[in-house]
Design a protein around this ligand. Structure first.
Ligand code: SAM
Length: 292
């Protein structure tokens, strides 16, 4: 069988014992693999023009820098030591100024706006769990927006001090305050139809067990509003202040999928946040009814 383009390949058997048929086969294979490489290179160049390759190069460099700069204590300690550190951090002076810093960074008012505009419509739900309530930044909006319906609201946090601060701030008596660890939620399966979890997953080295716990207590068809620090330069700086890690959207999405949660909507505080990719990852994930 003659292969196209191989006619003028000359065979030079080395030594008397060289098998000319084997040599021909080898040459053909070399020729074909070289041609394939040439095709690959040219198609790769066509698919990735110079500008795109440059952008990809700088993106990789930036990612590498972020990885170098990110807070790494979370991987260096045992999970229980790290959890104790987090509890102490939020019990202490940093936790005491958390509410103020959320106001200054506009996180609390912007989140309120998002909920008021029904971009995440809380009036659809009856049973709320706010995981990592902190100073009640999300809790206060839920309580206000559902004041007519008298929905059941549970505030949950690792730090007793933070729960005390949130309760002091809340004007309503509706929320119930429960202290514990997200990795072992003290609730029955399918207890809530809405869970909010703002900037908590960054305090967990591997998000998957935590997300599985959230899925367990979330009813089929229920929604999870997830807020996370993104692995940007700003996020990296934040990771040192709050001794936490950051997430890429791909990693978080894959972890949600593994836990049985589907990303329904990616949200942004404002158009400017979307344009400049600020404010971290905000996503509504759902527990598909078919899972159960
Ligand atoms: C940055 S604050 C977030 C406050 C609020 N959710 C918000 O969106 O601004 C993080 C809170 O998560 C709590 N937290 C951290 N790790 C936790 C865990 N494993 N289980 C429950 N709560 C946790 C901390 O105590 C702290 O109050």
């Amino acid at each position: 069988m003659s292969l196209p383009g191989t006619d003028n390949l000359r065979l030079r058997p080395v030594g008397s014992r060289a098998n000319p048929y084997q040599m021909r086969y080898k040459r053909c294979a070399q020729f074909l693999s070289a041609t394939e490489k040439a095709v690959d290179v040219s198609s790769a160049t066509r698919q990735f023009p110079r500008r795109k390759r440059k952008r990809y190069f700088w993106r990789r460099k930036r990612k590498r820098l972020q990885q170098l700069l990110e807070f790494k204590g979370i991987q260096r300690q045992t999970p229980s030591d790290y959890r104790d550190d987090v509890r102490q951090l939020y019990d202490g002076p940093k936790g005491a100024v958390l509410r103020m810093s959320s106001l200054i960074s506009l996180h609390t008012p912007l989140l309120g706006q998002l909920i008021r505009r029904r971009e995440f419509d809380v009036t659809r739900f009856r049973d709320f769990l706010d995981v990592g309530s902190g100073a009640g930044q999300i809790l206060s909006h839920i309580v206000r927006e559902t004041s007519q319906d008298g929905a059941r609201v549970v505030a949950f946090d690792l730090s007793l001090e933070m729960l005390r601060r949130a309760r002091q701030r809340m004007r309503s008596r509706r929320p119930r305050y429960v202290s514990g660890d997200l990795m072992r939620l003290p609730f029955r399966r399918d207890s809530f139809d809405c869970i909010t979890c703002g900037y908590v997953l960054e305090h967990i080295p591997d998000p998957r067990p935590g997300l599985r716990e959230l899925t367990r207590v979330l009813r089929p068809g229920g929604s999870l509003l997830l807020l996370c620090t993104e692995d940007t330069i700003l996020g990296t700086m934040t990771s040192h202040t709050w001794k936490c890690r950051t997430y890429s959207r791909d990693e978080l999405k894959a972890a949600c999928a593994e836990a049985g949660l589907e990303w329904k909507d990616e949200l942004w505080f404002t158009r400017i946040h979307r344009l400049l990719r600020l404010g971290g990852i905000l996503v509504e994930a759902v527990n598909p009814a078919s899972v159960h």
